[in-house]
Design a protein around this ligand. Structure first.
Ligand SMILES: Cc1cc2nc3c(=O)[nH]c(=O)nc-3n(C[C@H](O)[C@H](O)[C@H](O)COP(=O)(O)O)c2cc1C
Length: 392
């Protein structure tokens, strides 16, 4: 069955959608008026009520349909040349379709599937970069065991090619605005721990900094003001379904596209999986973003393997975030991440075969065990691979 989630409602014709998927069973759901929140990364769908999202809104009925579907087509508008926040939000909420446990599938580190594989396609409006949309479909489908059904532009627009505008600031860094783009409440956010470690390096060099958390909407105005009134802003955030979390996209969509004074945006991107390749599509998006906001691009610091910060003991967490102090020191000197050290910080693009075997046996077994332990502590009474919604 083909499930079509239409996030833009009547501005796209259902008959046109049906014509693109001929001779197949199709169910179209118009989600444009539905009440659907952003995934907040609470992990309850993995560790407390396996397979069931903690947010009680209209997404629950979509999740039940996804379990019955073979193919998911997302109909979305675009912004900054990528999915807009409403389209991306649909995919960020898909996490209950996976288990938290991690293994290697087709040579890549991935979460295990809770149900079956799902193929993913995209029908998009607006001027996006076609190859980026195709790549996003491929990567997102692979995460859920399926293949890409393709990315189809619904309108003929000039293709947007994202060109980064490299650093133009001549001034020394003295103050850094840091925005935590994680949807997870700050005190539990892995990004928060990474930021504080990075900031130690800034402080040692006498750089002042301020922090704003997007997980708290009350901080959005102050975050916007700080970004507009200072030269340098660093947005630190976790990878969510191959790119920026939908909550952060929503915030970015509220920023003006021009500035009165020069500004530079740098990014600190981290995520659950270890391998550098996991982050490349998002990095490509980030390279093109600052120019669309009237800023120059200060580079992206990338590092994987952060999912465990949430569940590991304090001494292990301290070791995991310690290398960011040095990165803070270097950023203090240069004011950006265009340095060989920052590039090297990412680690391997893909684990070679032997290392994959070793990581599976020695590391992932331990980590997956840690998840079980954590779930018990949270009062979880179901197996972590439970399937609460049955196939009909
Ligand atoms: C909805 C969702 C999607 C995610 N998608 C990815 C992903 O595509 N690749 C990845 O490596 N990690 C992914 N992660 C893992 C997070 O990037 C990782 O756990 C991160 O440390 C969370 O940081 P935070 O606590 O500051 O939110 C995802 C997590 C969530 C909740």
């Amino acid at each position: 069955m083909n499930l079509i989630l239409n996030t833009i409602g009547a501005s796209v014709d259902n008959d046109m959608i049906r014509a693109l998927i001929p001779n197949q069973e199709v169910e179209i759901i118009d989600t444009s008026d539905m009440k659907i929140a952003h995934c907040m990364g609470c992990n309850q769908c993995w560790l407390k009520t396996p397979g069931i999202c903690a947010i009680k809104d209209d997404y629950e009925c979509i999740l039940k349909k996804l379990v019955q579907a073979d193919n998911l087509w997302l109909v979305s508008d675009t912004h900054f040349g990528f999915l807009d926040y409403k389209g991306k939000r649909m995919m960020d909420r898909i996490m209950p379709m996976l288990n938290m446990t991690i293994g290697f599938r087709d040579g890549w580190m991935r979460h295990e599937l809770r149900y079956h594989a799902l193929n993913i396609g995209l029908l998009y409006k607006g001027d996006a970069e076609q190859s980026m949309m195709e790549d996003w479909c491929k990567r997102t489908a692979a995460n859920i065991g399926g293949h890409s059904l393709g990315a189809i532009a619904l309108e003929k627009n000039p293709e947007r090619i994202q060109h980064p505008q490299l650093s133009t600031l001549n001034s020394q860094l003295s103050h850094l605005v840091i925005i935590n783009g994680s949807p997870r409440v700050a005190k539990f956010s892995n990004t928060d721990k990474i930021i504080h470690s990075f900031a130690k390096g800034l402080e040692e060099a006498g750089i002042t900094w301020e922090l704003h958390n997007l997980s708290n909407r009350k901080e959005w105005n102050a975050a916007r003001e700080a970004y507009l009134s200072h030269e340098r802003t660093l947005i630190a955030f976790p990878l969510y379904v191959e790119c920026v979390p939908s909550l952060m996209l929503e915030f970015l969509e509220t920023l003006p596209t021009a500035r009165k004074q020069p500004g530079e945006l740098s990014f600190l991107l981290h995520g659950g999986m270890d391998e550098g390749n996991e982050f490349r599509l998002c990095e490509r998006f980030l390279k093109g973003l600052p120019a669309q906001l009237g800023c120059s691009y200060g580079g992206t610091l990338i590092h994987g393997g952060s999912f465990r910060i949430r569940t590991a003991k304090a001494d292990v967490v301290a070791k995991m975030v310690a290398p960011y102090v040095e990165m803070g020191r270097l950023f203090a000197q240069k004011g950006n991440f265009h340095t060989p050290e920052a590039t090297k910080f990412t680690g391997p693009e893909q684990y070679p075969w032997l290392l994959r075997k070793m990581v599976s046996l020695l590391f992932l077994k331990k980590v997956n065990g840690e998840f079980e332990y954590f779930a018990k502590d949270w009062g979880c009474t179901r197996p972590l691979d439970d399937k609460p919604y049955r196939l009909q």
